[in-house]
Design a protein around this ligand. Structure first.
Ligand code: ATP
Ligand code: MG
Length: 419
């Protein structure tokens, strides 16, 4: 397998190569490591470029100067190197590049992190990584891939396999099981059989992983075209018991067809679609979301969009003959894009969607006209604030949207009739 040098043209890649070259000039072996090598070899655009080196964190700071580095996880040997100023003096808008010292992990006793790390060779550093496809290095100076773990063979056959004995590797760090599901889903891999068997065997120990870490992995699983496959793997391996209780009741065929209709896959549209397929009642879907949101620590903005879509998407699907006053509040919801996308996913018949999309083309003044009257107007008319106000204002709004009250005077006259 050849490393596609075209991926080295991007700004973050050039910055990583600058760092590798500088370390080399100072006598240290340095390479690109992990996810970026894997993604490049798969023909994907790497998310970021991580550097691994034999230089200790102190040496890295000495080479680049303390002012140009940030000690990230100093205890784990990771230094962030800040990009240089460009010629016009502005900083390139690149994040710092992570430069990690080759290390050999010690023992693991908490099921998540090594008790201590020692610096080691490139080979030891490859061996402590999780999956063979993640254990590759690329040496740009020699244009050579360093493969100590048979990662290339697994990339070629699209297999996910632990480095070393699967049983021990999942025992050390339980989060790796969920990372496996993530890589299967995002990269379309199949899981090698001993690795799969070990996940089955250790699934229950995922319980020691924090809900927040689980949530971070699930955000990535859910944003993929193939998330259904990842979810099914969670259920098949038993991981779902600690990730998403109740997921085993899923109608997978239905989820697949909804997923295919989803026009835009984001975490929010994916979650709302999945929960809507899982529960026939919106209230039940919202309750499931609430409990996942607590465990996964979802933001209020994420929750708001997902809840809006669970609640309103079915109404959009059914809206063909609805009066405008019923549909309008849904279409001016701040999460309307999520709502309509989820409606498209769950709709078996597109007539409601077509109407909603047509109505969304309205000019702002007719999509969301200013109300004819406000509470202040009612007070000015000499009325006493109370429960009636809400009822009247809602009714005036409804009549306005349905073109039965057109002017402020019409509305005032309507209120007078009520009193
Ligand atoms: P992405 O492109 O999604 O960032 P990645 O493979 O770079 O994927 P990271 O979480 O950024 O994933 O980790 C960087 C590298 O560190 C991995 O490729 C892997 O080699 C190693 N690694 C990360 N997490 C673990 C872990 N829990 N156990 C062992 N090695 C790990
Ligand atoms: Mg990464």
């Amino acid at each position: 397998m050849e490393f596609p040098t075209s991926v080295l043209q991007s700004a973050p890649a050039r910055e990583a190569i600058r760092i590798v070259d500088r370390l080399r000039d100072n006598g240290f072996l340095a390479v690109l490591a992990g996810g970026c090598v894997r993604d490049a070899l798969l023909g994907r655009t790497p998310k970021d470029f991580d550097v691994a080196t034999e230089a200790t964190p102190d040496s890295v700071q000495r080479v680049f100067g303390k002012r140009h580095t940030i000690a990230f996880g100093a205890s784990f040997g990771v230094i962030g190197v800040i990009p240089p100023r460009s010629k016009d003096g502005s900083r390139e808008s690149l994040p710092p590049t992570e430069v990690a010292t080759f290390r050999a992990d010690g023992t693991y006793s908490d099921g998540r992190r090594p008790d201590h790390v020692t610096y080691g060779t490139a080979e030891a550093d490859a061996a402590r990584r999780d999956f063979t496809i993640n254990g590759l290095f690329y040496d740009p100076a020699e244009d050579a891939i360093l493969d100590y773990v048979d990662g290339i063979a697994d990339l070629q056959s699209m297999h996910l396999r632990t480095i070393g004995e699967a049983d021990r590797r999942f025992d050390e760090d339980k989060l790796r099981m969920l990372r496996a599901v993530r890589f299967v889903t995002t990269l379309g891999l199949s899981v090698e059989s001993a690795t799969l068997a070990a996940i089955h065997q250790h699934a229950d120990s995922l319980r020691v992983v924090s809900g927040e870490r689980i949530g971070a992995e699930m955000r990535r699983v859910m944003c993929q075209g193939d998330a259904g496959r990842g979810l099914q793997l969670l259920v098949d391996t038993g991981l779902s018991r600690h990730v998403w209780p109740g997921l085993d009741a899923m109608n997978w065929a239905k989820l697949r067809s909804c997923w295919q209709r989803l026009p835009e896959i984001t975490f929010e549209t994916a979650m709302a679609t999945t929960l809507s397929v899982l529960s026939s009642e919106a209230a039940e879907a919202q309750a499931s979301l609430k409990s996942l949101a607590r465990r996964w620590k979802l933001s209020t903005v994420e929750q708001r969009a997902i809840i809006a879509a669970i609640e309103w998407a079915p109404r959009v699907v059914q809206c063909v003959d609805e009066p405008w006053s019923n549909l309008q509040p849904i279409l001016v919801n701040r999460d309307v894009d999520v709502i309509v996308a989820v409606a498209q996913a769950i709709a078996e018949d597109g007539a409601g969607i077509s109407r909603a999309q047509r109505e969304l083309q309205r000019e702002p003044a007719t999509l969301n006209p200013p109300p004819l009257l406000s509470g202040d107007d009612l007070i000015e008319m000499g009325l006493t604030p109370g429960q009636n106000f809400r009822t009247w204002l809602a009714e005036i709004r409804r009549l306005q949207l349905d073109d039965r009250l057109c002017t402020r005077e019409d509305a005032v006259a309507w209120v007078r009739q009520q009193t």
